[in-house]
Design a protein around this ligand. Structure first.
Ligand code: HAM
Length: 413
């Protein structure tokens, strides 16, 4: 029979890898708390319509990458490809607008996109996202970007590029879209099929095309910044000014439209230069009209971003993380009956403790203690154990002391 392996594009995190992911999540939680974010947890699957209406039918995510299935009641459900739509649903469903003026939310968990797997691009991946709902202020946009940069600074990750753009609002959008159509109207035969479809259906999406041969043509696109309205222009200027005030370097990329249709005004991405093709480690933007889609037209201004955790771990490199335990208990056949009470006593005293329940040879038990990164071994020799004592070995400096078993937990530092 053929072996059953993990599904293509998914990853097992084994031991130290899981510990690295947990450490990263904990660091992100700590920084998010500092900025006043509180957690919301939502299910990994939602009604498909949440994403088709929220993210946009013409996006790659909705048109090609969703894991959609029918449940037994023939409802169409989808594994979440991102977290913002779910946060918005939860915000509306739980009337969080009645709770506080400005809601600062963070979330973390697995997301699912049926993309072609490669290094840094998976079908199941993990995001840590933040959303600020309830403020139209450009200060929020700037703070979210600064939060993202603060995270990378704390993690010691350098070689990053911050790219920003403004994608306007429904007021300035029509004129810009008309300018795009005008620019490309004679180029259609030379553009890819997706670009041609997007030209008719959702012309802004053309700027997101990655096909090599389309790039010289798409480079002719006019900049949105030249078409921003009286509201969007000063908004973008303030965001840039706040970043400059904070001493942040950034590039304005007029073609940055991001892969989701809900954005208005600010859009940004941070990429890690060393990652190659899949180098965006986080991205986000403002979405002032999305909540209205799910709230009978009544919207709330909002802005957010999400990190790709696998990509951050890749960018940080394979720094050796070794799991450790406080103490490994070594028993002899004659003292095997003391093993469980000793482990219980150590754990009750707050120490992490483990043992070889097969009571193999002493040499093999010591080897296991080493492998598990034990800081101490507690050896239950027959003679010592008969007197209620043991040998406590410090695995770092290799010193050994004969001590009462009952006192051992207190001697482990
Ligand atoms: P996104 O740019 O689609 O934005 O995803 C955010 C991050 O998730 C990316 O920068 C990347 O690091 C990671 N990511 C995306 N797809 C994959 C994949 N297939 N494999 C590994 N990592 C991946 C969003 O999802 C928006 N919801 C962000 C946002 C929040 N905008 C406003 N609020």
């Amino acid at each position: 029979m053929e072996a059953i392996t993990a599904v293509r594009g998914t990853n097992d995190l084994v031991y130290a890898q899981a510990a690295r992911m947990l450490a990263l999540e904990n660091t992100l939680r700590g920084i998010a708390h500092k900025y006043g974010y509180e957690e919301i947890r939502t299910p990994v699957f939602e009604h498909t319509e949440l994403f088709t209406r929220g993210i946009g039918e013409d996006t790659d995510i909705v048109s090609k990458e969703m894991f959609t299935f029918q449940d037994r009641g023939e409802r169409s459900l989808t594994l979440r490809p991102e977290g913002t739509a779910s946060m918005v649903r939860a915000f509306v469903e739980h009337h969080l607008f009645a709770e506080r003026g400005i809601n600062k939310i963070f979330y973390t968990g697995a997301m699912y996109r049926a993309e072609r797997p490669q290094k840094g691009r998976y079908r199941e991946f993990h995001q840590f996202g933040v959303e600020v709902i309830g403020s139209p202020s450009p200060l929020v946009d700037a703070e979210i970007i600064l939060f993202n940069l603060d995270v990378f600074k704390t993690l010691g990750l350098s070689g990053l590029t911050l790219t920003i753009n403004s994608v306007g609002c429904p007021k300035c959008n029509p004129a810009y879209l008309a300018a795009l159509r005008e620019t490309f109207k004679n180029d259609l035969p030379s553009l890819c099929e997706t670009c041609r479809t997007r030209y008719d259906k959702n012309v802004l999406r053309m700027l997101d095309c990655k096909v090599e041969s389309c790039q010289p043509i798409l480079a002719k696109a006019p900049a949105f910044s030249d078409h921003l309205c009286d509201e969007c222009k000063p908004h973008f200027e303030t965001v840039k000014q706040e970043l400059a005030n904070a001493g942040i370097q950034f590039t304005v990329n007029p073609r940055l439209v991001r892969g989701l249709d809900y954005y208005t005004k600010t859009a940004f991405e941070i990429s890690a230069n060393m990652l190659g093709a899949q180098n965006a480690v986080c991205g986000g933007g403002r979405y002032d009209n999305l909540i209205g889609v799910f709230n009978n037209g009544k919207s709330f201004p909002a802005m957010g971003s999400a990190f790709g955790l696998e990509r951050i771990l890749l960018a940080l490199g394979d720094a050796e993380t070794k799991n450790t335990i406080d103490v490994f208990v070594v028993a002899f056949k004659e003292t095997a009956d003391k093993l469980m009470p000793t482990l219980s006593m150590l754990r009750a005293a707050g120490r992490s403790a483990n043992a070889d329940y097969n009571v193999s040879s002493i040499k093999s038990q010591l080897k296991t203690a080493d492998k598990l990164g034990a800081k101490y071994t507690l050896i239950l020799g027959p003679e010592e154990a008969a007197a209620g004592e043991c040998m406590l070995r410090n695995m770092t400096d290799k010193t050994e002391k004969r001590v009462k078993i009952a006192d051992a937990a207190g001697m482990i530092v």
